[in-house]
Design a protein around this ligand. Sequence first.
Ligand SMILES: Nc1nc2c(c(=O)[nH]1)N[C@H]1C(S)=C(S)[C@@H](COP(=O)(O)O)O[C@H]1N2
Ligand SMILES: [Mo]
Length: 406
Amino acid sequence: MNRRNFMGKAALATMAATLGTKLVNGHLMPKGYVPLALQDPDPFSLFNKDSQMVVLNDRPWNMEAQAHLLDDKVTPNPYIFIRNNGLVPENVDASGWTLTIDGESVVQEKTYTLAELKRNFKWHTYQLTLECGGNGRAEFNPPAKGNQWTVGAVYCAQWTGVRLRDVLEDAGIKEDAVYIGYHAADEHLSRDPNKPPISRGAPMAKALQDETLLAFEMNGAPIPLVHGYPLRLVAGGWPASVSGKWITGISVRNKVHDGAKMTGDAYRVPCTPVAPGEKVLDKDMCIIESMPVKSLITHPKSGATLKAKDTFEMRGHAWAGELEVAQVDYSLDFGASWKSCQLSAPANRLAWQHFSATVRLPEKGYYEIWARATDSQGKAQPMLVPGWNPKGYLNNACHRIAVKRV
Ligand SMILES: Nc1nc2c(c(=O)[nH]1)N[C@H]1C(S)=C(S)[C@@H](COP(=O)(O)O)O[C@H]1N2
Ligand SMILES: [Mo]
């Protein structure tokens, strides 16, 4: 090899200075090589996530929790899943951040600085459940393309911000308004500035709910960058794709918003059930609104070995979109019989609820614990994967864990 193929002296000196120690054998490093210690931080430290989080994709970053990581009543940041359609904005400047309200159905187009939003409107705080429409996708057959979420694309954080309604009313809403759509600062993977990675929205009724916020805090602190700093739309109980991160604008539309990922099969399911694998025409696809009833066992951890002869606490959370959860049951016999769990009231509308039960495993051996929630309209989770759809949305099958008593 020729000397020119190795790292130069000046580059080596800079690296050694950054490392704070001698770079032993550095003169043998190929030119252009970046030592591991100087490469980008791993996604766990980059995003402040627990190392047990599971990375599903690195371009864009997508990461999910495991059930046992979601045991907290209000989910702390290290366990919050990440779903990005594009690139996380860089060099975000909160002091220069603005939000523009426009669209066919706004009375007066208006731009607010973040400081004005904070100063001029009343703050509200809610715990809101956000679940990706594709949570559970991994179980569909034939498989659906996209991130293969298992159970961990859901969380309930506490959000603080101003009501979208208050801001929209300040700008003025025309009578023909039917929908809002958000615009955000993230870039398309292609870096084409004319291609927003995602621009979704919701009907006016959802936009005007008390709990629909333009949030600037999550869990009592500024929103972490990857979750939408400095300003995020949050609409609990609907597919989390409605909760736009890094938002710079809201359009008040006189028709259903037609931004990126509003059309085709994105966040849509067949209006009436179809056979697995069937092709569905665009006109037969309906936009997902309120998410279906679902639950998650967060303790014990699946795979746990339980030594106690007596009893242990089994617990988790249940949620039902716009509805409340009325009941959670568990089964130790593959759904043949069910016992009821204790169930808490939600901290506020659209927050998940907590269930628990004192469980006794009658003898040594392998068990599965299945949990099944029922919503306030009497609809229960299916035991098996429900209605197949082209993109693998809305899998609300019962969560199951395996435990062994020894
Ligand atoms: N601007 C923007 N907002 C976005 C997304 C995105 O890619 N860009 N992803 C959406 C989707 S599909 C989901 S599931 C949630 C994920 O929120 P989280 O990363 O806080 O878990 O954000 C939504 N908001
Ligand atoms: Mo999503």
